[in-house]
Write a protein of this length. Structure first.
Lengths: 326, 150, 309
């Protein structure tokens, strides 16, 4: 990855120096070595802080909404999965394609620091990437961790090394190595439970919600100018975690609103401070769409109609098609 | 946390919200009226221009505010006043119902029916049967906001 | 709230959510009213009377209660907060395994010497216990059968304390300190150019404020059904677009202004009004939870309000 970081820096330097773009969006170093954050780079001096390693999970596509409102060109470095989100934003006409220079960069899967910590590691002061392994240095000692075991959940459902949209690419494609993974496994498992068990599961899960809105605000598909849940004119402008019924409503509506546009980028689950499995709601919709209306991957292209914006006269009737035990 | 089981009320007075498309189902309700066909009085009709005007939020909010059942009635597929509105509504409701079921809520609390302007009898029958279904299911406690209820 | 049979975890140093919830719940009903014909009946919610014990509270969270006291126990006193606070006996638990995001020492907090009603240290399988206040003495007397006098306990605890200090010295934020002088330059900091750059990537979610043990802004709202109303207060977040929205408009209409408000409050306004106490206890929750890794350390460094120690 270090080599790619170097290539990214060089590319960014060339673009900024030549005045081809006004700003570059990439990742910048954090306080720790693992909390790399999205960053804007407006001049070549700032590029020293640019970083690309196993802790650059943040999907940068959403920042382009704000950027393309200005009359300037922005370069963005996107991992293969991130390009799907951008493509969907282009399809939703939230991003002006011609104002973005998309540079695809390869990815070998991003690491979940919480999974590293869950292996009993505390006080982590350094991690070095070493092929398929990570060497974790902590205040309490050093330990080796297999990369495949600490990949982010979203990387287990990797969409592959192809870019859905890009102007240029850097480096050779990489593969994300992990054990076989069925992204719908948990959805199927829940479907096989009784309604009462499912209800109990979701009550437990959603009662953890603190209504911080991180899931919504990180989501590249959640691109409304003003969210229904923020609009003071809306009767739903809730702020507190009043009770489970309201949380339920918030999460169903949110998942529903991105249904057919959710690329399954997994950012919602990644950022949830309470660790709620929000991806399950999105994946339920994806699975249903695939089964009822044919396989569909949001963001794979920028022109076909989304499943909820099209129909077939022979579509299944509501209620006749629900999956799962009754 | 809510109590997940419904409390068996002595006199369970169910509240049902019916979203009816202006061109077919609402006219169907009218016809039921002029034909003196009765249907349960606890069904509150909300007239909408087309079944596809019904945002899933409306339905969930109706449940949140105390509805025990919600029914959406629109033109038969192919007969939409706006050509294709009910086809979109059909997809939306299919996914919403599936999601409610996924969350462990009885999907029977939500129903979609196609009722034309000429089907006054069908309107009354559908509403009566839905009211019976809801009566059997009991009070909606899974989706309801219980504040102000004590 | 512990119930019979719940497993207890004493290993976790920093909990995901802060503990302010126990005195200042995320949502609290204040009042209910109902219209009955021409009459309006009011029902004021009872003050919580339940006696509680909070066990295993870390030094940073205890320090956060002292900061919240400055807000809620000042005139006019917040009776709900006061009642819960007074009914609770706090048992501090010394940290033995600090995390890399910890920087409590920046604010003069001693992680291995919690200041509560009673303090506890877990060394191996032994729990050392020391009452510190009358409340702590009372609790200790009530459960005295559980204890034996620890021979040489002071020495064992002191060893652990030294270990923790040594561990913290190794952590990346060990040298992070704030300059009181710099932080008092209110106008200068407010006008700083770095806010724009810093706030650019902020998502405007409320994670930071909700996991923070010292953030204490709240909103009061009504929930109304027909003739019944429940008035409740709930946590608010300065990151939200309707924060400080009032009749006549909102003074902070941009994300930059809201982002700036949060850090101005923590680093400048709060110390100016509270004898120099920063509204931060260095628990590191925001460092762990912010979706885009913004935090007070990054902000303070960018503003140049840090100093070398």
């Amino acid at each position: 990855m270090q080599k790619i970081e170097q290539l990214i820096k060089e590319k960014a330097r060339d673009l900024l120096a030549a005045g081809q773009v006004t700003s570059v969006i990439a990742w910048q170093k954090g306080e720790m070595f693992y909390d790399n954050a999205p960053g804007y780079f407006d001049n070549t001096e700032e590029l020293d802080a640019l970083v690309y390693n196993a802790f650059c999970a943040a999907n940068l596509s959403k920042y382009l909404i704000a950027n393309t409102k200005k009359d300037e060109k922005t370069a963005v470095f996107l991992k293969p999965c991130d390009t799907y989100s951008l493509n969907q934003l282009i399809k939703d006409r939230r991003v002006q394609r011609e104002q973005v220079l998309v540079i695809g960069i390869p990815c070998a899967g991003m690491v979940d620091i919480n999974k590293v910590k869950a292996q009993g590691l505390k006080g982590i002061i350094g991690i070095t990437e070493d092929g398929d392994n990570l060497t974790v240095e902590t205040a309490y000692g050093t330990k080796q961790v297999a990369r495949a075991e600490v990949l982010l959940n979203k990387c287990l459902a990797c969409k592959g090394s192809a870019y859905a949209v890009s102007d240029e690419t850097i480096g050779e494609p990489m593969a994300v190595k992990h054990a076989p993974y069925d992204r719908f496994a948990v959805v199927k498992e829940l479907e096989s439970l009784s309604p009462q068990e499912r209800f109990a599961f979701w009550q437990e899960e959603l009662s953890k919600c603190i209504r911080c809105n991180a899931c919504r605000d990180i989501c590249p598909a959640c691109s409304c100018e003003q969210c229904l849940f923020d609009n003071p004119e809306s009767p739903l402008a809730g702020k507190a975690n009043n009770n489970s019924a309201e949380e339920q409503l918030f999460h169903i509506i949110r998942a529903y609103h991105v249904a057919g546009r959710c690329t399954d980028c997994g950012e919602c689950s990644r950022v949830c401070p309470q660790g709620i499995r929000l991806d399950l709601l999105n994946r339920k919709f994806i699975k249903d769409i695939n089964e009822f209306y044919g396989d569909y991957q949001a963001g794979a292209d920028a022109d076909t109609n989304a499943p909820l914006l099209s129909f077939d006269v022979d579509d299944v009737e509501p209620g006749a098609a629900t999956k799962g035990r009754e | 946390m809510l109590a997940a089981q419904s409390t068996p009320d002595k006199e369970f007075e169910q509240l049902i919200v019916a979203f009816c498309c202006n061109w077919c189902s609402y006219a169907g309700a009218d016809l039921a009226g002029t034909a003196r066909r009765s249907y349960p009085a606890n069904i509150k009709i909300i007239r909408v221009p087309c079944s596809c005007r019904v945002n899933p939020t409306f339905i969930l909010r109706a449940f949140l505010r105390g509805a025990d059942g919600v029914i959406i009635a629109g033109c038969h597929p192919g007969d939409c006043h706006y050509t294709s509105g009910n086809y979109f509504a059909r997809r939306r409701m299919t996914l919403l119902m599936s999601m409610l079921s996924f969350l462990g809520v009885d999907k029977a609390r939500l129903r979609v029916e196609w009722v034309s302007a000429a089907e006054g009898n069908k309107f009354a029958e559908v509403m009566t049967s839905f009211a019976e279904t809801i009566k059997a299911l009991g009070e909606n406690v899974k989706l309801r906001d219980l504040r102000c209820k004590k | 709230m512990w119930q019979e049979g719940t497993a207890v975890d004493l290993k976790t140093t920093i909990t995901a959510k802060s503990l302010k919830n126990i005195f200042f719940p995320q949502i609290e009903n204040l009042l209910a009213f109902e219209r009955q014909g021409q009459k309006l009946s009011l029902e004021q919610k009872q003050l919580p009377a339940e006696k509680t014990i909070a066990f295993g509270v870390r030094a940073c969270d205890i320090a956060s209660f002292n900061l919240l006291d400055k807000v809620f126990l000042k005139q006019p006193v917040d009776h709900f907060y006061q009642a819960r606070r007074e009914n609770c006996t706090l048992i501090g638990l010394a940290c033995s395994e600090p995390e890399e995001t910890c920087f409590c020492r920046t604010f003069g907090i001693e992680p291995a010497s919690p200041t509560a009603d009673a303090a506890a240290w877990l060394v191996g399988d032994d729990l050392f216990w020391q009452p510190k206040t009358t409340k702590g003495e009372e609790l200790t007397a009530a459960i005295k059968d559980l204890f034996t006098e620890a021979e040489g306990g002071d020495k064992i605890v002191a060893e652990q304390q030294a270990q923790v200090q040594a561990l913290l010295d190794k952590m990346p934020l060990a040298g992070f300190a704030l300059s009181d002088e710099e932080c008092s330059k209110q106008a200068e900091i407010f006008e700083s150019e770095v806010w724009e750059e810093l706030s650019k990537t902020c998502l405007g979610c409320g994670t930071c404020t909700y996991v923070c043990p010292t953030c204490h802004c709240y909103d009061i709202r009504d929930y109304e059904v027909n003739d019944k109303v429940e008035r409740y207060r709930c946590w608010d977040s300065c990151m939200f677009s309707d924060f400080t929205n009032m009749a006549g408009g909102n003074p902070r209409t941009t994300r930059l202004a809201r982002f700036r408000q949060r850090y101005m409050h923590k680093l400048v306004y709060f110390p100016a009004n509270n004898e120099g106490a920063y509204a931060c206890v260095g628990c590191g929750r925001r460092l762990q939870k912010c979706p885009v890794s913004l935090n007070i350390v990054k902000v303070a460094k960018a503003l140049g309000v840090t100093k070398n120690v």
